[in-house]
Ligand binder design. Structure first.
Ligand code: HEC
Length: 149
């Protein structure tokens, strides 16, 4: 059950990202990527709190979603995409190196979580917490500086 929910949520989020990308809209694409990490973060939090029964497969699905975001998100901030329906801060374009370092923190934390997951996902919720904690720490750090709200 948990596995089904996780898989379908993530698949939907990824489909959204792909559809937006096909439309050539970087703002919609980066938001869709963030929606997928928000889904993964929601599932992670629910499993950590015991609201949703932990399963290694669901844990790994969440971690895979963070990892995919870490490797793609930074590609969707071309010049000219500062305007429109976006909460991306102007600082991204003023301090590109700083922003890329923040994206790399997400990618590095998610990469380490992938390593710790092994083939089948973290064995229990304690191992999952240890793997995902650092990933979740990157959300607020980046948003505080590179997002307008
Ligand atoms: C490297 C910086 C960075 C990291 C790390 C990051 N975000 Fe974001 N996030 C952004 C930016 C920039 C936006 C604004 C995108 C836009 O509106 O164009 C955003 C937007 C969002 C949104 C709103 C999407 C929408 O539809 O408007 C959510 C939800 C979100 N992030 C969740 C998360 C979560 C959860 C994490 C951690 C797992 C995370 N973010 C990690 C930079 C980051």
């Amino acid at each position: 059950m948990v596995r089904t929910i996780a898989a379908s949520t993530l698949a939907l989020a990824l489909l959204g990202a792909v559809a937006a990308q096909a439309a050539g809209d970087p703002v919609a694409t980066r938001k869709a990527i963030m929606q997928s990490v928000a889904g993964a973060a929601g599932l992670s939090g629910a499993m950590m709190k015991g609201e949703v029964a932990y399963s290694p497969a669901a844990g790994k699905a969440a971690i895979s979603s963070f990892n995919a975001a870490g490797h793609t998100f930074g590609d969707y901030f071309p010049e000219g995409s500062q305007a429109g329906d976006t909460t991306a801060a102007a600082k991204i374009w003023e301090d590109r190196a700083g922003f890329e370092a923040a994206v790399a923190k997400l990618a590095d934390a998610a990469g380490a979580a992938m390593q710790a997951s092994g083939k089948d996902g973290p064995a229990d919720v304690e191992a999952f917490k240890a793997a995902v904690g650092p990933v979740l720490g990157t959300c607020r750090d980046c948003h505080q500086v590179y997002r307008t709200r």
